[in-house]
Design a binder for this molecule. Structure first.
Ligand code: AMP
Ligand code: ZN
Ligand code: ZN
Length: 300
């Protein structure tokens, strides 16, 4: 197969766009796609202070690299939730290489010395849901306390359509409403969240990472092996093989819904930590209280 731009041998065939590219033209297409997404949703500007949440996986490492290459002002943030090997060396060497800075946060410091898997066991909740909630809270807190304009995460099209399918199956409109590619700042302590890779698939990100020699860790989190999101990804991949463009169509049509245009809910400040919440206490502080209750009961 040949590149649609220059007729050299193609390195990637994008069936969803009915096109193929050589390495050079694919990199060009990829970077233009990222810029277009940032502009389309007014995510941030060239002089914005951006905190890129990095796990060490291909998506967030690629995001960190591409934003820096495109001239955005980025720092990386790694949150150690205690689920496995943390990739400080990989991340700090990469930060040096791209001329960025790495901030690391140890979640245990905010969880009474416990790790996320320990908390999940104590209050009998799925590890992934505790992990997500702890990460969201600490990303926002770190960004706010260090004056960042926006947080960027490496969510890709496959992540978004799998989340969309899962939440449509249970008609969880509350979660879907918060799934926009960009959630602007709605409270001075709630920093905006952006997902600049949202229109790119895992295959595209993987190819871009290889072409640019971006180091990443391909190990999956040991707690996500049976996650339903992986099942939804498999189903959507099957549909995509039969009908290329299914994922893009599914996500595009979702974006057109009026769902995101409804009035925003009013936010209070949590009575314990002061961060925004729709209730009296935020979910992070409520979780901490449940842990303390459970540990107290064990002692009695
Ligand atoms: P996941 O929920 O694991 O699919 O991750 C989604 C996004 O969250 C990644 O692309 C990263 O931007 C970010 N992320 C995941 N894990 C971490 C972590 N431990 N520290 C900082 N950011 C993370
Ligand atoms: Zn070409
Ligand atoms: Zn709180």
């Amino acid at each position: 197969m040949k590149c649609k731009k220059c007729s050299n041998t193609a390195v990637i065939h994008l069936r969803q766009h009915n096109t193929a590219y050589c390495g050079e033209h694919f990199v060009d297409y990829f970077e233009k796609r990222v810029e277009k997404t940032i502009d389309e949703y007014s995510m941030f500007k060239k002089d914005s202070k951006i905190l890129v949440a990095v796990s060490g996986g291909k998506d967030s490492m690629t995001l960190w690299y591409v934003l820096t290459k495109l001239g955005y002002k980025t720092d990386g943030l790694i949150i150690d939730v205690g689920t496995g090997n943390i990739l400080f060396d990989l991340l700090s060497q990469f930060a040096d290489k791209i001329g960025s800075r790495l901030i690391s946060v140890d979640a245990k410091k905010y969880l009474g010395g416990l790790t996320v898997p320990e908390i999940a066991r104590i209050i009998r909740r799925p590890t992934c849901s505790i992990c997500g909630s702890v990460r969201r809270y600490l990303m926002n807190k770190t960004a706010f306390e260090n004056n960042y304009d926006v947080v960027a995460t490496g969510h890709n099209l496959d992540d978004e359509v799998s989340f969309l399918l899962g939440n449509l199956l249970s008609w969880n409109l509350g979660y879907l409403r918060r799934q926009a590619p960009f959630m602007p700042r709605t409270h001075h302590k709630l920093v905006g969240k952006s997902k600049p890779l949202v229109w790119l698939t895992e295959k595209e990100i993987y190819t871009y990472a290889l072409l640019n020699k971006i180091p990443f860790d391909s190990e999956k989190c040991p707690f996500s092996k049976n996650a339903s999101s992986l099942k939804y990804k498999r189903v959507l991949n099957d549909l995509e093989v039969d009908q290329p463009g299914t994922k893009l169509r599914f996500y595009k049509q979702f974006q057109r819904l009026e769902l995101f245009k409804t009035d925003l809910v009013e936010l209070n400040e949590c009575s314990v930590c002061g961060y925004p919440t729709t209730s009296e206490k935020c979910s992070f502080c409520r979780m901490r209280e449940r842990v303390e209750d459970a540990l107290g009961k064990q002692k009695n």
